[in-house]
Design a binder for this molecule. Structure first.
Ligand code: MN
Length: 465
């Protein structure tokens, strides 16, 4: 295992001093986890090494690799974050702490809206590398899920579908998102998974034979037209994403044309359009299915040309045409920026994230449901965001167990308990103590219903919820 890691490091051009630092982190982790076992019975150290190995493959930087090796040493071992800071410096300690902070964020069945939870995850991580370590940690845990109890399996799998996969998607990491979803799928929807794998296997086999014949024809056409291409291959759609698409097609596979798609990788952008032209020259495109995600990328940065054509023997085939850079970004998303040393783009992403979340407060119910509120929000706002009935019957609030005033500002991470009584009613001054549009609107409506006179003047600014 050690030699494998070393081999990978030199293969990916890590410098000698980087390799020395990573080896030191590995040795500390190995010592810390000595004698510990995973649920599978494997030595514990296999887990951080597996996570680090995946991060080396996407060429993440040295502090992140070291942090990945050390990410679990705080768990049941004698190594404190002060020790990591002393021995490995501020940056690595910051990353390890970041990972243990986001591990505390958990998906719960009570969580109704999932976006606040995902936003809190990204805001808490502070650094994209922390998210990447945690995503690959989750990947390895999902790959080794079979040794856990059925309840734990289902919980982790649900959390993977609701929290981790959407975050991977938001970072543009399509391949990782697909892997996480497909690993979680059988644990969350076992019956549906069995049905789909059976149905899919039958069709995939036929499609494979068809594409084996089609592919040389595609290549011949491109060569003859002198359109340069690096490779053409068939890609099979991930099972879970196929499953999500089926209801929109009345569970009918016939309408889904991208169960298998032909992917053509060409050297430059102009070659993408040239290749598209050649394909349309030979096979008529299906109207409305030509997508230029090069000129108009998807929100997560995805770029490619897509088209579905009437291919030989009356089959519909989707083509996806892209450059190698677009391909790397589609598969690895934000991680590809490290590989291409696009540090400016990374800084933008982080700045955007920071600005986006700097004016948000993430507050939790006692059961752990997260609410995403604007900075300056108060317990009154929180109560009305949970439910108008909770707001309308509020008698008091506790923040982290302590009674507070209605107008007290909330901080991120606060647990807010709202006390209610069925006979309690809103008061006119609540309109000032609540800061969000939603709470103020509901308070006004309830006061009107109760016939309370309301002076028009307002002193405090309303916050966008
Ligand atoms: Mn771990």
């Amino acid at each position: 295992m050690w030699s494998e890691l070393n081999h990978l490091l030199s293969a990916h051009n890590y410098s000698l001093s980087d390799i020395a630092l990573i080896q030191r982190a590995r040795d500390v982790a190995a010592k810390a986890h000595d004698g510990q076992k995973r649920a599978s019975g494997d030595p514990y150290i296999n887990h951080p090494v597996a996570v680090a190995t995946n991060l080396i493959a996407i060429k993440l930087d040295t502090p992140a690799i070291a942090a990945a090796l050390l990410h679990d040493v705080g768990k049941n071992t004698f190594i404190t974050s002060e020790k990591i800071r002393r021995d490995f410096g501020e940056e690595i300690a910051f990353l390890v702490e970041g990972v243990s902070n986001i591990k505390k964020i958990r998906y719960r069945e009570t969580q109704r809206a999932l976006e606040p939870l995902r936003n809190m995850f990204i805001a808490t991580a502070k650094d994209a590398r922390v998210i990447l370590i945690q995503l690959y940690d989750r990947l390895h845990n999902m790959q080794t899920l079979s040794s856990l109890s059925p309840e734990k399996q289902k919980r982790a799998a649900k959390e993977t579908l609701e929290l981790y996969a959407p975050i991977a998607d938001r970072l543009g990491m399509g391949e990782l998102k697909g892997q996480l979803e497909d690993l979680a799928f059988p644990f969350v929807y076992p019956k549906e998974y069995r049905w789909l794998t059976k149905e899919h296997a039958m069709r995939a086999e036929k499609l494979k034979h068809y594409l084996q014949k089609l592919m040389p024809i595609v290549c011949k056409h491109l060569l003859k037209a002198r359109v340069p291409f690096i490779n053409a291959h068939a890609r099979v759609k991930h099972l879970y994403s196929l499953w999500q698409k089926l209801p929109r097609y009345d569970m009918n596979f016939e309408g889904i044309y991208d169960i298998t798609a032909v992917r053509i990788i060409v050297p430059a952008i102009e070659d993408c359009y040239a290749a598209l032209g050649i394909i349309h020259h030979h096979w008529r495109p299906l109207p409305g299915r030509i997508k230029d995600y090069i000129a108009l990328p998807k929100p997560n940065g995805y770029q490619s040309l897509h088209t579905t054509v009437f291919a030989p023997r009356h089959r519909m085939v989707e083509f996806q045409i892209r450059t190698p850079e677009m391909h790397e970004h589609a598969e690895f998303g934000i991680a590809a920026h490290w590989a291409y040393k696009e540090n400016a783009k990374l800084r933008d992403w982080q700045k955007e994230g920071k600005e986006f979340f700097s004016d948000r407060v993430f507050a939790l119910t006692p059961k752990g449901e997260v609410f995403d509120l604007p900075q300056g929000a108060t317990p009154l706002d929180f109560a009305y965001h949970v439910h108008s009935e909770i707001g309308n019957h509020m008698t008091g609030a506790k923040i982290n167990g302590k009674l507070v005033a209605f107008g007290q500002e909330l901080s991120s991470g606060d647990t807010v308990e709202i006390l209610t009584h069925h006979r309690a009613k809103p008061k006119a001054e609540w309109r000032e103590r609540a800061r969000t549009t939603l709470a103020r609107r509901q308070i006004r409506a309830e006061l009107r219903k109760l016939g309370v006179k309301m002076p028009q003047k307002r002193k405090t600014k309303t916050l966008r919820a």
